[in-house]
Unconditional design. Structure first.
Length: 238
């Protein structure tokens, strides 16, 4: 994946868990895991307005234990300025080693392996990501913090990822969130500056199994002169 592509993609959706949205469809990853024996399907569609960049992806998450799940996913980035890029297939896992992921303080780690198509050569490249997740949750507020890294395959520079969010449940069905994300290239092959994004979002729970989300992002460092992005999300427990 070229550097513009991976920066645009990671600014569109969090690298956790496994290049997808969090348990509550927030960009910033949370410590929640899918319950044992359950399977969750997720879909997202992101566009960076006026930049000709669109990203879509799907994933299935499988609950293995009370504090452990695994997922597989696939995504694609369309770039009107060229070239478009395959993102995945990918596989990852999340392990919560402190707390319940529901109330109080929780910590988790997640890992990712993705096979991506190089925008320059068309060859397959392997990327590996890891993230540390901190969460504090109560009935009134949810606080999230992420710190992670992507070890990029090929000649691309590695990436450092950080994100912070505060979310407020307003009713039993609605969650509002404000978030800040930053992605910074690191290593000897740096060819692009870091980028950040401010995000406001809403998550609506239609029932116990189905959630919808809408997020609007502002990019202080524009991508192809565009400063605004939007993401639609859907998840359902099967």
């Amino acid at each position: 994946m070229n550097r513009l592509g991976i920066l645009a993609f990671l600014l569109s959706v969090s690298i956790v868990p496994a290049f997808g949205m969090g348990e509550d469809q927030l960009y910033t990853g949370d410590a929640g895991t899918t319950a044992p024996g359950n399977v969750k399907f997720q879909f997202f569609y992101n566009t960076i307005f006026d930049a000709g960049i669109k990203v879509s992806g799907t994933s299935f998450t499988f609950g293995l234990r009370d504090n452990l799940d695994a997922r597989v996913g696939y995504g694609y980035l369309w770039n009107d300025q060229g070239p478009s890029t395959q993102i995945g297939p990918s596989m990852g896992a999340k392990w919560r080693f402190v707390g319940t992921g529901k109330a109080g303080t929780s910590f988790a780690v997640s890992g990712l392996y993705a096979s991506n198509e190089s925008a320059r050569t068309g060859e397959q490249k392997q990327d590996v990501g890891a993230l540390l997740i901190g969460e504090y949750a109560s009935k009134e507020i949810i606080l999230l913090a992420n710190l992670g890294r992507v070890w990029a395959g090929g000649s691309d520079s590695d990436l450092q990822y950080s994100a912070f969010a505060v979310a407020k449940p307003t009713t039993e069905r609605v969650l509002l969130a404000l978030q800040y994300l930053q992605i910074r290239p690191i290593g000897a092959a740096i060819s692009a500056r870091g980028r950040s994004q401010y995000v406001a979002g809403i998550v609506y729970s239609a029932d116990e199994r189905t959630k919808y989300s809408l997020q609007i992002g502002y990019l202080p460092q524009p991508i192809q002169n565009s400063r605004w992005a939007a993401t639609l999300g859907f998840s359902r427990r099967l």
